[in-house]
Write a new protein. Sequence first.
Lengths: 163, 163
Amino acid sequence: MNDLGGVEVAVSPKDKFREFLETRSKRLTTERATLVEEVFAMHEHFDTDLMVARLANRKDGRSVSRSTVYRGLTELVEAGLIRRVARTNGREVYEHDYGYPEHDHLICSKCQKMIEFRNTEVRRIIEAIAREQGFQLSGHRLEAQGLCSDCGRPRRHRKLDMI
Amino acid sequence: MNDLGGVEVAVSPKDKFREFLETRSKRLTTERATLVEEVFAMHEHFDTDLMVARLANRKDGRSVSRSTVYRGLTELVEAGLIRRVARTNGREVYEHDYGYPEHDHLICSKCQKMIEFRNTEVRRIIEAIAREQGFQLSGHRLEAQGLCSDCGRPRRHRKLDMI
DNA sequence: ATGAGTGCAAAAAGTTTGCACCGCT
DNA sequence: AGCGGTGCAAACTTTTTGCACTCAT
């Protein structure tokens, strides 16, 4: 049993990845294994750049090239292990999808902070609508934009923008 | 009074754009006027490329350069006239935000078709959650992925992929 | 004269891909 | 021998930006 931040899962991400790869006659190579490990060693959101950087800093030297990271993250998405949650600063942002409860995000337009929230109602509504439309739902992405409590608070000691 | 596909609005998009521009000491130039016109002459979703193409095909020859279209669409978003709804094939997809009722989308992962749906519950839930978090909501984007009824239907006469 | 605006071409930035070599996770 | 896999660098896409010139919505 693995504990992935609140939810227990019987099969490790790595195993799940291997299973997926097998269905495509692909192999769980050292690089792919290193990637899953690194991805699931992290519980925050991340983008490709951050992942490449973390892989470059491993003490065991098992680095993975940028191309392979791109290819691997796509596979992980297809495998249902991670998902693309949002897009910040022009980059795709990822998070765990496996072993992590479904949730959505409030994203601050100013500081880009992402606040997770969980609400089963939203999903239920989407499911109902999909059913009505004969649409085979596979996932969703809900991002609410606005200002977080820090950025939205009117400041009295506002710094001047000019010199 | 203008009719924008179901909702009547007192001020035309162009006027609203002009008002917005004034608050930034910007002018409603010929190019910007042409762009708003073209954007609101269209009732479907569009991306920058399509808009550039349509502008290039105007019979009155009032074309607008690609850079100006990019700059202008950003301004239109800031003005609240259009919004970025989704991202398909690596491109941002836009739609009217002004004079058009709030809604969300089901997006087919195969043919990219976008099906609009309206549901006030979703918005209400997001508002409640934002309130709880002291988050100043400005908008949201909800895209559900899956297969549309056409693409999801199992085909018996499936064409072979090879030659 | 002035400040904003445009178009062009070049630059960014993120992501994908062709290819030669590698290796059996 | 075979097929998938990797890394590198080059290519590609979309979007942004520097700049010189224009214009007055």
